[in-house]
Ligand binder design. Structure first.
Ligand SMILES: [Zn+2]
Length: 561
């Protein structure tokens, strides 16, 4: 089998990398990785020992002897020391710039006292460029004793000129320092806005904490992210991605400024991963009017998808269900703003689909998912059948009747396994014992012939694929209360999980012929792991490290020498 490839390439030069080589010349590889345990995710040859790379493509996969046929005078050979090699991970759902920005923000979640909180903000102020705000933080005053809310007086002394606007970890409250209160014009005389509260001292003066809708008073005066700041966030995100073995990301609802920054980085040859962007659905015309269709672009940066929202989230009780919430019998959750009215959403989706754009719709509650499937059925009726790869982002809580509809319509379940071990701590309280059986129902999806694409929703969950694989394989909730797995019948095998994270997500972005497996002709995006995740206890998977990450045959993280 492997020699067939060799013969084909030499005889006809059909390989895209060798088109310019004369048929008689014997091309040699730039790089050979040998003595590896390669899990290819390619059913025609699931395992191999070595691979050869020419420019950015894989040209041979097989035994050390077969691959050695590609050895020439210039070939670099790397001994993988028997380690596991997998295709690079492709995260089907990230918020990339937010994720990168998050990495550099002040970390306050584990600040154990008000003094520590102030000290960290003071440290951050020393390295923050003038004109930028100190934001993020995720503080939690419940860790302090007494558990009093922070005040502007805590941070004003260390930030006399720098705007500080740091949020509580749940996002419902944020603390502004005096600089920010002044910029927002908030004084003792400012009235509480509807749905919000300005927290005040006994004299009626603002303490700096703004609750819920009152946070908008500051958000609307916050300057937009500068280009330099955005570029920094993207570089941090790329570095982090390489360090955890992610070689492709699918960026959900990026701003056009984000896309512009990616394009600039691509032009300068600075992208160290591949990006597919899905800007917001209400703006579908922006892509359609110049004829961009799904998957348009280069191997590094592509577009042609739109991201929409059907409902909210389980945590905030805004996921939209047929039956009411178990812990709030008056509430079914809420449809998103975009779904008001649903007919307008359907019209936009139908037009976007007719223009050839791929639809990626966030839907979490069973009724939101069902409503989107209804729309998809209608769209298929009016626009006809074709290979369109609709995606339902999250696909969290399923109505029993809808698994088969996913399969029939070819809808991809774009899921984030980490959420299962996170929400699994409290989901049953909210939706009861019956609905949790069809929650993060990865096994039932596969049994019904539905394709899975794995992702994380980073920065909502960690970007590390090892955590997501661990989650899908063990379903062990983060609180340690379900060591045997939460709804264990929905567990996946390691092989199924790796496939969903590589071929599954490549398929979800129309790139299964370019990447997603270690196959001759495909892009040489791959990772080498510290341990063999197929042969260690599943509970250890989360601690496995990435030893090396390669993108297009180039090392972008770590190394084996
Ligand atoms: Zn998201």
């Amino acid at each position: 089998m492997r020699s067939t490839w060799r013969v084909l390439l030499a005889a006809y030069c059909i390989c895209c990398c060798c088109l310019r080589a004369a048929p008689q010349t014997k091309p040699s590889a730039d790089l050979i990785i040998t003595n590896a345990k390669i899990w290819t995710v390619d059913k025609t040859r699931p395992q191999a020992e070595a691979m050869a790379i020419l420019r950015d493509r894989i040209v041979a996969v097989g035994s050390a002897a077969d691959v050695d046929l590609w050895h020439g005078p210039q070939t670099k050979v790397i001994d993988a020391q028997g380690k596991l090699l997998l295709p690079g991970f492709n995260d089907a759902h990230v918020h990339f710039v937010d994720g990168g920005d998050h990495l550099s923000q002040v970390q306050l979640k584990d600040a154990a006292s008000p003094e520590e909180f102030a000290r960290r903000i003071g440290e951050k102020a020393k390295t923050t460029p003038k004109g930028e705000w100190i934001t993020g933080g995720d503080w939690d005053e419940q860790k302090w004793s007494p558990a009093n809310l922070p005040t502007k007086e805590l941070v004003d002394p260390v930030t006399p000129e720098m705007p500080v606007w740091v949020n509580r970890y749940d996002g419902h409250e944020s603390l502004a320092n005096s600089v920010v209160l002044k910029l927002a014009g908030i004084t003792a005389k400012t009235a509480d806005p509807p749905g919000g509260q300005i927290v005040r001292d006994p004299q009626g003066n603002p303490t700096g904490v703004l609750r819920d809708a009152a946070q908008d008073l500051v958000n609307k005066v916050m300057p937009p992210m500068s280009h330099a700041h955005r570029m920094r966030a993207i570089r941090q995100a790329m570095e982090h991605a390489a360090s955890v073995g992610v070689t492709s990301v699918q960026d959900m609802n990026p701003s056009y400024e984000d896309v512009k920054a990616y394009a600039e980085l691509e032009e300068r040859g600075l992208l160290t991963l591949r990006i597919y962007v899905a800007p917001l659905e209400p703006d579908w015309r922006d892509q359609a009017k110049i004829g961009i269709r799904h998957g348009f672009g280069t191997t590094f940066l592509r577009m042609g998808a739109v991201k929409g929202y059907a409902d909210g989230s389980l945590g905030s009780e805004t996921a939209y269900f047929f039956d009411p919430y178990t812990d709030d019998p008056k509430s079914h959750g809420l449809l998103s703003e975009e779904m008001h009215p649903p007919a307008a959403m359907q019209q936009r989706l139908k037009s976007a689909d007719a223009a050839g754009l791929q639809l990626c719709i966030h839907a979490i509650g069973d009724r939101a998912i069902s409503t989107i499937l209804d729309m998809f059925e209608q769209i298929e009726k009016s626009n006809g059948k074709r290979d369109r790869r609709w995606r339902i982002e999250h696909s969290q809580h399923m109505a029993a009747k809808d698994f088969a509809r996913y399969a029939r319509l070819g809808v991809i379940a774009s899921v984030q396994p980490y959420h299962a071990i996170d929400d699994g701590r409290w989901a049953e309280k909210r939706i009861g014992p019956d609905r949790i059986k069809r929650t993060y129902a990865f096994r039932t999806f596969l049994d019904n012939g539905v394709r899975l694409a794995f992702g994380t929703d980073w920065s909502v969950a960690p970007l590390s694929p090892m955590w997501s694989l661990y989650a899908a394989v063990t379903r062990a909730t983060l609180d340690g209360k379900n060591p045997g797995g939460w709804v264990p019948e929905q567990k996946l095998t390691v092989a199924e999980s790796v496939e969903a994270y590589t071929m599954g997500s490549a398929f979800a972005e129309f790139q299964e012929k370019e990447k997603g497996s270690i196959t001759p002709g495909k892009l040489a995006d791959f990772v080498v792991l510290s341990d063999d995740i197929f042969h260690i206890p599943p509970s250890s998977i989360k601690a496995v490290k990435i030893e090396a990450t390669y993108l297009g045959g180039k090392l972008v993280y770590g190394g084996l020498e």
